[in-house]
Ligand binder design. Sequence first.
Ligand SMILES: *Cc1c(COP(=O)(O)O)cnc(C)c1O
Length: 500
Amino acid sequence: MGRDPEPTIFELSQPGRSAWQLPTTGIPDRPLDDLIPPIHRRMDRVRLAEVSERDLVGHFTRLSHRQFSVDLGAYPLGSCTMKYNPKAFDLVAGIPGLADVHPAAPARCTQGWLELMVEIEEALCEITGMAAGTLQPSAGAAGELTGLSLMRAWHTAEGAPRRKVIIPDSSHGTNPASVTLGGYEAVTVPTDERGCVDLEMLRKVLDEQVAGMMLTNPNTLGLFEEQIVELAEAVHGVGGLMYYDGANMNAILGVTRPGDMGFDIVHLNLHKTFATPHGGGGPGSGPVLVADRLVPFLPGPRPVRLATDGSQAVASEAPDFGWMIPERSIGRVHSWHGNSMVLARALAYILVNGSDGLRRIAELAVLNANWLRVRLDGILDIPFDRPCMHEYVMSADSLQHETGVKALDIAKRLLEEGFHAPTIYFPLIVHEALMIEPTETESMQTLEALAAAIERIVADSRAPGGQERCAEAPYCTPVRRVDEARAARHLIATFDARSS
Ligand SMILES: *Cc1c(COP(=O)(O)O)cnc(C)c1O
């Protein structure tokens, strides 16, 4: 593979070339104006690339070889759960009876899909300990906004919407963003020296204006919140609701449940925990599950089991499936029913693993993270050095003081070693943070290779010329080090569809 930049598909374009040709049908041509009134037609040409199938496949195959992916190797990107996903689940999602169904098809023609959606909702309720949920949100952040809308609807029905939502200072960036987008003021509480929410500081900010608290558990330090029941009691004490950011569910599957800890609203990231790799902005799914008292506010229409008289029925005695709009629904949060293929994969994943298998996933994810943590002890600092959950955070702070080599440099050198970089500079409360989530799908040999690579990089940064070598890495990737802030600061996002 050469280093030459791959031309864009438009640069490869040759007028008149195409990937396939259809035979003529013998049906006489009719002028377009007879078929579509000119007022409904665009008059300018759409600028599309004209390439042969050979060029098309070559182009995208070459690009795909320049990527790193979960299929290629270990991807220890903390907080993202980038685990290998067995191909069988893609096969399930591709079954024509699922893949070729239009979302507007009437319920009597789509009983299979409705059953699938009802079943996955029931499974997710069982896994989280909640009463019911919505499958509509397209990803974690969309689930957060849905959850906050439910919070607002609940408090409004109780008399006043309230103003504030509490988040820990270690929270995922989407949490403060969703709080703001949801029309609330974000109030941050600090982390204590154990790496958990400071309960006393939380008590100080609680009042009747607090609509609720959003909590990630295990938190972004990879630690299980030790006083989670007390936190929930304190927030409930002022009439607030507890929101569980369950993007990290991979750590606790089958072991414990947010519902049992006193949470009112939970979102899951199916694209992290339950099949469907999500690198590169692929489709996601962020179902929101709620406690009994919030069920009437859920988005609609909801897939439900129907009794023979058409009313909503309970459990498996119902013969049929249909749609219903909850009594006080906040409305739709998706144009259709959610990213359905992600739902199909997730249900297959849950059924194939079964409850024992799901628990084993969490146990191995936690074991792998702890194995790496202990293996790398003494190589880099570990600020909260005690048994972790599915991930843990290291710090290159003292290495930087000693050698000038930063967390960013270590991440770039890892790319050369055949590993995806870990999450860096997050959570914000750890200087020079490297957040490692190996996941359960990596073997002992891979974990050892990753640890050895980090060890080599740290050793090399102390060797003569080490800082210079690190500062320029990566050397052998298709793209060398990029200026990561420039794209955000000088955004150029134009596409002129009219120029042909
Ligand atoms: C990934 C993640 C999110 C956001 O999920 P998206 O699907 O990326 O929108 C929220 N919270 C935590 C803790 C996460 O890890």
